[in-house]
Design a protein around this ligand. Sequence first.
Ligand code: MN
Length: 233
Amino acid sequence: MSDRFVVAPTVHALPVTGSSDLFAVRRIYCVGRNYLDHIREMKEADERDPPFFFQKPTDALVQNDATVAYPMDTQDFQFEIELVVALKAGGRRIPVEAAEATIFGYAVGLDMTRRDRQREARDRSLAWEMGKSFDQSAPCSALFPVSAVGHPKSGSITLSVNGQERQRGDLSQLIWNVPEIISKLSHQYELKAGDLIYTGTPAGVGPVVPGDTLVGEIDRVGRLTITIGPEDK
Ligand code: MN
């Protein structure tokens, strides 16, 4: 079978804590705005707006402890620490009450952003891809299965750069909680097992430079460490 492929398919997968199993990732969805303090610092939306979604390419996934090259086409490369939800099942128009049953587990993710390209997209009404959906833009930790951590609904979410804390929030501050996010997204796309959803970032986003080490932590959900490498010329 495999020798029939002109180009061999590549599986993008995350480790599962406490197991030798791997979680094969199908799609990466992200929520645009989901903490009030971040909406206020960005000054770009009505606080009552419904959530909106964008995608990152599956091969933008970056493993824990990896180095992310400072990307091309930006002078303002920024971090956004986020809770990531991994789905073991999917569906269309999933009711909020049925959403938790689709969750395999949780992880710590970084929605890495070319902020200058994102602002340009906003100001010129262009698509968000250049700001959000570029190579290596989706670092993610190993997954903790629901069987180990349940469904975390509160707890700290923090990001430090070179040991200095830059972002701090609490999962209880999510405007749209995880079941609501899954339900709303499933009214726009048919969700499937293997999908990841990045659920938005609290305030404190900011730029990084080559050599920086980023450590994201979410209470009970684990830790993600990445280092920013030299510019990807
Ligand atoms: Mn984000």
